[in-house]
Design a protein around this ligand. Structure first.
Ligand code: KG4
Ligand code: ZN
Length: 343
């Protein structure tokens, strides 16, 4: 059984995973209430909170888990350095105490594989990802990242494109802040957009060239700011559903357009959607339509696996293990490259 730990940003998460059988349990403590009043994640507060909550979550996992932990998987980056260090230090300490190997995982690989975690949990497959889904195009949309990556038929991961400036979630969070809605902005914009008209305001859709696969969201946020500067507070209040629906639609449209262009660059057999913004109903709908247009499978991460979680880290460790490393000192099989860098 694997123990997985995720502390890269504002969720402290632990999971138990039995290779071949699936997730045995997950324990997660979100810090949204802690950071909300500050309008965004405060790294120092986040690190202190991980320090407070990680050990009790691991203890819960230990109580619930049947059998021995054979290996530990931990997110080693990218993320907030002070937060990552807490998870990595805990993983190394437990590995020392239990004399088991510890593997450092790239957080984005966790998100990229998370739609397959859903598929496996739903009985879609056991063991290796079936060939029918490969090559796979994955769209990761979160508060910190917006990127397209490919899992090829040899199950190797390649980055196709990413954002030149803000991430999609960041654009939603900043937009919500300008509208005075609160934090995190994505779900608040989605709520307020219900009943609003998506074509009421014309916001920019990022880089217009069709062949360009990179995303760009900074112009969108600036455009909202200029738009709001021309309105009175009362006009903004009355137009909030329209502003939210139009702003959300610009994000959705930009994601769909670049994904459509990326799908045309290869003979993909499935499209995946993951990351916190993948919880958004319009984003799911639009991306499902893009997969439908190409008549390929659409795999979206389950809502509870869209945001940061340890289940996806355990799954990625099992399905896409980091390169095996030699045993290091003290008879411990600790991956020597277990530093805060990507693999
Ligand atoms: O993956 P995640 O939990 O953390 C990062 O790794 O960044 O993503 C958080 C982001 C935030 O920007 C938040 O506003 C956005 O996901 N988000 C949403 C929704 N729920 C969360 N965006 C749009 N609609 C939602 N329902
Ligand atoms: Zn994430």
């Amino acid at each position: 059984m694997w123990l997985a730990i995720e502390t890269s940003c504002d969720e402290t998460a632990v999971a138990l995973y039995a290779p071949g059988r699936g997730l045995v349990g997950e324990w997660l403590q979100t810090q949204i209430a802690l950071h909300g009043p500050h309008g965004g994640v405060v790294p120092d507060l986040a690190a202190r909170e991980h320090l407070r909550t990680l050990a009790p979550l691991i203890a819960l996992g230990q109580q619930a888990g049947e059998g021995r932990i054979d290996a530990i998987a931990v997110t080693r980056g990218p993320g907030l350095a002070a937060c990552l260090a807490i998870g990595v230090a805990a993983a190394k300490a437990l590995a020392l105490a239990w004399q088991v190997p510890v593997w450092g995982l790239n957080h984005l690989r966790g998100h990229l594989w998370s739609p397959f975690l859903t598929l496996a949990a739903d009985g879609g497959f056991a063991g290796a990802v079936p060939d029918d889904y490969l090559p796979h195009l994955g769209l990761i949309v979160s508060g910190g990242h917006t990127l397209l990556a490919v899992i090829d038929t040899r199950r190797q991961v390649h980055l196709l494109s990413s954002t030149r400036d803000d991430a999609a979630g960041e654009a939603l969070d900043k937009g919500a802040k300008l509208l005075g809605l609160g934090y995190p902005g994505g779900p608040l914009i989605e709520q307020r957009a219900r009943g609003g008209r998506p074509a009421a305001f014309d916001f920019p859709r990022g880089l217009p060239e069709r062949a360009e696969l990179d995303f760009s969201f900074s112009g969108l946020k600036t455009s909202l700011r200029y738009c709001l500067e021309k309105m009175t507070p009362e006009e903004v209040r009355r137009a909030t559903p329209d502003l939210c629906a139009s702003y959300q639609e610009a994000v959705v449209d930009a994601l769909a357009k670049k994904t459509r262009a990326a799908l045309q660059t290869g003979s993909f057999r499935s499209l995946g959607l993951s990351g916190g913004v993948a919880r958004n109903g319009r984003v799911r709908e639009a991306l499902a339509a893009e997969a439908g247009r190409r008549k390929i499978s659409f795999l979206a991460a389950r809502p509870e696996h869209t945001g940061d979680n340890a289940g996806m880290i355990a799954f990625a460790a099992a399905i896409d293990p980091p390169p095996r490393a030699e045993a290091q000192g003290m008879g411990l099989k600790i991956d020597p490259s277990l530093s805060l860098v990507d693999y």
